[in-house]
Write a protein that binds this ligand. Structure first.
Ligand code: NAD
Length: 264
């Protein structure tokens, strides 16, 4: 299937590693020009080289942006639109929030998480949407977490703050549908990234269990019997970004190997 992304410009946030990098790679493979951002230019430069060498696409622009800082987020939107004249596709992904239970987290942790997981989406969307509406074409894709459907005990910030992204994505879908702009979300399950490996190593140190045993435990609940790959979030993002997905609007889609058991 030709997804027709060749003349499109995508902006992928938190894209130097893991899920964001997987999304950026697939969008680049499909021929889209891609702006990638994260906090560190050395890491971004590594990601740019990897994407270009793996896909043969040299239209990759790295831009430093800490998602918790409003000026940097707005600067990212301006640089992206200046460089490629437009941004058609926002694939919004974030860094992970601090883990912890309600009792362990302090008010500063909440403030940081609200900026990281919610306000960054608002700042970025606010800058990009008027141009999408003007061109009567746009794709908003919010990559969140399975915690929206199934909260995890020690991820209270993710369980709570990320839920508001579902409200944002749906509100935008209702508001913008007549303008050729769609808005959807992705709820990913266990994806094997550096971060996921670090969390396993950390739990291994705390529990005395081997990382292999912990992996087996985690996968017991996943009918597919394996971890997802970052590119598998990319494949759905690329489809949602295409004209073929013009009638998919306002949905939150699980990519979790069957982990979430609820029907709706
Ligand atoms: P990762 O650590 O592999 O990659 C995170 C990326 O975010 C990196 O590029 C990092 O530089 C960037 N980043 C971190 N803080 C940032 C900030 N303040 N501003 C801008 N960029 C920042 O993580 P991942 O596993 O790819 O996870 C990506 C997101 O998906 C996270 O929010 C994570 O909580 C969520 N998630 C991951 C999984 C999983 O199994 N990996 C499952 C559900 C949800």
């Amino acid at each position: 299937m030709n997804l027709g992304l060749k003349n499109r410009v995508s902006l992928v946030t938190a894209a130097s590693k893991g899920i964001g990098l997987g999304i950026a790679k697939v969008l680049a493979e499909e021929g889209s020009k891609v702006v990638i951002s994260s906090r560190n230019m050395d890491e971004l430069e590594k990601a740019r080289k990897l994407i270009s060498s793996d896909t043969g696409n040299s239209d990759i622009l790295p831009v430093v942006c800490d998602l918790t800082v409003r000026d940097q987020v707005e600067h990212l939107a301006h640089v992206a639109m200046d460089h490629f004249d437009k941004v058609d596709i926002l694939a919004y992904n974030t860094g992970p929030p601090k883990p912890g239970t309600f009792s362990e987290l302090n008010i500063e942790d909440w403030d940081y998480a609200v900026n990281l997981l919610l306000m960054s989406a608002v700042w970025l969307t606010k800058k990009l949407v008027p141009h999408m509406v003007e061109r009567r074409w746009g794709r908003l894709i919010y990559v969140t977490s399975l915690t929206l459907r199934s909260p995890i005990t020690n991820l209270v910030l993710s369980n709570t703050v990320r839920l508001s992204i579902a409200g944002l994505a749906k509100s935008l879908a209702l508001e913008l549908a007549g303008n050729g702009v769609t808005s959807n979300g992705i709820l990913q399950g266990h994806i094997l990234t550096d971060r996921a490996t670090q969390l396993l190593m950390d739990r291994s140190r705390r529990t005395g269990k081997t990382p292999e045993d912990l992996m087996r435990e985690q996968l017991k609940d996943v009918p597919a019997g394996r971890y997802g790959k970052p590119e598998e979030i990319g494949y759905l993002s690329a489809f949602l970004a295409s004209d073929k997905a013009a009638y998919i609007n306002g949905t939150m889609i699980n990519v979790d190997g069957g982990l979430i058991k609820s029907i709706f």
